[in-house]
Design a protein around this ligand. Structure first.
Ligand code: AMP
Ligand code: ZN
Length: 119
């Protein structure tokens, strides 16, 4: 059973009830450093409104999520990985390894990330 919005970890971060290292915020999106970074740059970008994943988009969360690539590109520039290269990825559902059921995209960079999409 996935957490309702009231108990959702990333909703709590969005409501500033749990601390996070914020790197970007606007009206509908938030970005913060992953607590267990897999690369020198590892940022999570989320819509502030709760949505479990890409299979559960509403009009509101779809509009917010549509802006994530543009925000990710700006963050890649700001965080110094635009030239070296970076990856934006989403895990959706159990087989993908999604562990937090609030839509989020991982922005990874700062090292050679490897070529495999799955193993
Ligand atoms: P996923 O496996 O795609 O659901 O990714 C969830 C990510 O959330 C993982 O990379 C975790 O390290 C990260 N994470 C879990 N708790 C926190 C937290 N409190 N602050 C920042 N990142 C977190
Ligand atoms: Zn949530």
């Amino acid at each position: 059973m996935n957490a309702p919005a009231s108990e959702c970890l990333f909703c709590k971060i969005a409501r500033k009830e749990i601390p996070a290292a914020l790197v970007y915020e606007d009206d509908t999106l938030l970005a913060f450093k992953d607590i267990f970074p897999q690369a020198p740059v590892h940022v999570l970008i989320i819509p502030k409104a709760h949505c479990e994943g890409l299979g559960d988009l509403t009009t509101e969360t779809a509009a917010a999520a549509a802006r994530i690539p543009q925000v990710a590109a700006q963050l890649a520039r700001d965080l110094g990985v635009m030239t070296g290269g970076w990856r934006l990825l989403n895990n959706c559902g159990p087989d993908s390894g999604q562990t937090v059921f609030h839509l989020h995209f991982h922005l990874l960079g700062g090292k050679a990330l490897g070529g495999r999409l799955c193993q």
